[in-house]
Design a protein around this ligand. Sequence first.
Ligand code: PRX
Length: 658
Amino acid sequence: MSSDSSIKIESVLQEQRIFTPSKEIADSSRIGSFDEYQQMVDAAKTDPEGFWGNAARKELHWFQPFQKVLDWSNPPFARWFDGGKTNISFNCLDRHLGSSKADKNALIWEGEPGDVRTFTYRELHQEVCRAANALKTLGVEKGDLVALYMPMIPEAAIAMLACARIGAPHSVVFGGFSAEALRDRLIDGEAKVVITADGGFRKDKVVPLKPAVDAALADGACSTVKSVLVVKRTNQTVEFEEGRDNWWHELVSIQEADCPAESMDSEDRLFVLYTSGSTGKPKGVVHTTAGYNLWAHLTFKWIFDIKEDDVYWCTADVGWITGHSYIVYGPLSNGATTVMYEGAPRPSNPGAFWELIQKHRITIFYTAPTAIRAFMKSGRSIPDQYDMNSLRLLGTVGEPINPEAWIWYRDVIGGSRCPVVDTWWQTETGGVMISPLPGATPTKPGSATFPLPGIEADVVDMNGESVQTDEGGYLVVKNPWPGMMRTVHGNPQRFRDSYWEYLRPLDGSYIYFAGDGARRDSDGYFWIMGRVDDVINVSGHRLGSMEIESALVSHPAVSEAAVVGRPDDLKGEAIVAFVTLETGRVVNEQLIKDLRSHVGLEIGPIAKPDEIKCSDALPKTRSGKIMRRILRALAAGEEVSGDTSTLEDRSVLDKLRE
Ligand code: PRX
């Protein structure tokens, strides 16, 4: 939570435009009217266990049926589908092999230098089995954690499915994080094996990865890590440690293409994914087997209304939750064709995305508002050069989308015929929570519209009471759902405190606090207004102010640091750091440069501050807490409003203003 706990939630513009699903789209959709959606909402509310139990039986394959749908006797620790045995790798692969899907493309991958690889379901199954057997030869057993630090190559998806297949939870660390950040995650998760690549291609550059793994493991820092498996991607020379490091192409290719999927308990850990919170180090969000599988599967099916011949592309990185749920597990569990792209649009090819849509006849496209805003800025002349008639549905995720960007996306990319689904969710929620359904929900640009069936979302005040229409408040979910995170790895108390016990209604019930501000309009639409805590959302990447502050103070020149977000037209938020220097240090360009690269080394390039301001002191309360609210206003060039009487030294504010 914000260090000075007074949170200003501003009301935003009132959007009048509304887009109702066309008859053609409604008629061809699974959920083809708002009434139908409402009936599902009612059914899930009246009998949640019946609703989820039926869905789980129908949508997933079970080695052994579950006995109990939900155990919520020890909130906030939920157990879903207890007694059941299943495997998500089986659900994503094996169960499709007996049908025509076996020879359908499961994965179409496009590399940055233009190389393409495709895998049918049968081929992907074989590759996953080989990789799973390779992990076994490295001594990986059910329950052992395997970390992935990889570029966007097919082996990343294959490795995830291989881990799931043998019951080894995976922990994917975004390839843009530094060696330091990787090391923290390896230690916290007690990883046994790391899967990486020599490097990856990003925006015309070769990004090394293996050297970062070597640095993370140096000096025996991660004593649990016994082996490293390295995919050859860029052909760089890399150092190899005898007995620890193995080439993927040597070890995986010699394995049997058959590895039966381990029968997993519903609540066995599937993965740990680190994400930033308000305080402390990133949290290891734990997701488990069956509930997560059902959530990724069902939300994908509902929101993208997936059809047999769809070619679906999500531009996220597998290092984030969007890549987990909507590049790998959701699409494959549904037997869909998922596209994976190693690169990103770059100056030498600004039309890269549109070229890919044209080339692979993509029908569903899912990306982040930041990307849309960047494309909008460079004008429609670029996308207009491509044939994107194959598209039928567009999605966005990761940040609030401004109405102009929404309209541009719909008109220019979607040719004014494709519905836009703005999907709100988080690492913690496992999958989408609030989103339109393309055949059922009239959309308003900038609103994520309504919660999915079975999700009782609300906007409340500090006491957990619902606020009035159009009044800002905290976004919460009032009931457990199958895809919810189960705990923070190694820190159940943090799970309680951060999410379920932050807001306690008078009746003592448990409600999930998302960390976002929101309001509901008079039609009941949800408008997400961004984080109300000390999490900064830069281009859809989630960063904790405190992480960046710790990185800055670990530099010898810095005495204190406070980091805030400033609204940014393109990135959503930019990072502004206020620092005080150690005595005798002077500010100059070189120092600012050094501080930025230091943060890059400690966390990763995405966390480098856009602006660093040095001052003699920082505004603090009498109890010594930094008043970030004041710094946020200063960073945004706004008047400092609200109560400043708790400031310990008012002259600090005047100096900062200067
Ligand atoms: O602030 C919300 C924002 O992204 C946060 C979750 O970040 P992360 O766990 O990294 O997951 C990102 C991908 C799901 C949320 O707390 N966010 C995500 N989707 C939206 C959004 N903000 C507004 N509208 C959205 N559609």
